[in-house]
Design a protein around this ligand. Structure first.
Ligand SMILES: C[S@@+](CC[C@H](N)C(=O)[O-])C[C@H]1O[C@@H](n2cnc3c(N)ncnc32)[C@H](O)[C@@H]1O
Length: 235
């Protein structure tokens, strides 16, 4: 399949996430061998020193929003443009989270939020889906307080020459079939594989963050480089 162009990407992504919503959490855990929880724990830890409100963009069914509150009770605004994902997440939310996590249905590239409102921002497995990433980063910069940190988790491509072909085999031959069988939407999992292959390198992501005004950018590949944890600060 070819990746949708920017004009159509938002519609395509919204539709795909809507279609896999009921099986999204299960598949996430199965296809990552339950390591996804650990990745989110690591991401949330980078914001443990922040007391003010946190914005979780591309929040989906709210797994990272919950992890942020588990680690330290703070107000989390969970934003996603797929109403079904947010609704599913909210319906499954324990009562303990109901006074701390607030969902907003909106576009991560045009945040319906005021300037300098948040101490921290997280995006887990979301930036790859944005149709215009530099625009998304400029919006993150705008709503973050000076001194605030943005933390991004995103799939990346392993550099190890022995592991890389095995991972590519899994990505293109196993994941779409398994994901399609369980979710009923093989195209969504073919898109996942293609969007991982087509995504920017870690250095490119950092230079885009810098282009939006961020400083102290860093990245840490995890789990053989399948996933990368990025961090940057608004000066
Ligand atoms: C792979 S899911 C990640 C969900 C969650 N963060 C997690 O850790 O599982 C990506 C989410 O990004 C959302 N998304 C993609 N583009 C978006 C945009 N422009 N604005 C808001 N949400 C967007 C999708 O609707 C989807 O729920």
């Amino acid at each position: 399949m070819s990746l949708p162009v920017e004009r159509d990407k938002k519609e395509f992504v919204q539709e795909k996430f809507s279609s896999v919503t009921p099986k999204y959490d299960l598949l996430n855990s199965l296809l990552s061998l339950y390591i996804d929880r650990y990745w989110r724990i690591r991401a949330a830890r980078l914001l443990k020193d922040k007391d003010g409100p946190i914005l979780d963009i591309c929040a989906g069914t709210l797994p990272l929003s919950m992890e942020i509150v588990r680690q330290k009770s703070r107000k989390v605004i969970a934003l996603d443009f797929c109403f079904d994902m947010l609704k599913y997440g909210l319906e499954g939310l324990d009562s303990g989270f109901k006074d701390t996590i607030f969902a907003v249905c909106g576009d991560g590239e045009i945040l319906p939020l005021p300037d300098e409102a948040f101490s921290g921002i997280t995006v887990a497995f979301g930036v790859r889906n944005l149709a215009n990433l530099p625009k998304g980063f400029r919006e993150m910069f705008r709503v973050l307080k000076p001194g605030g940190r943005v933390v991004i988790l995103e799939f990346s491509r392993p550099a190890n020459p022995f592991f890389a072909p095995l991972y590519r085999f899994y990505l293109h031959r196993i994941l779409p079939g398994l994901g399609g069988m369980i979710s009923g939407d093989g195209e969504a999992y073919r898109y996942l594989a293609e969007s991982i292959e087509g995504f920017y390198s870690q250095e490119e992501v950092c230079s885009m963050l810098e282009g939006a005004g961020f400083g102290n950018t860093s990245f840490k590949p995890m789990t053989m480089g399948i996933v990368t944890l990025y961090s940057a600060v608004r000066p």
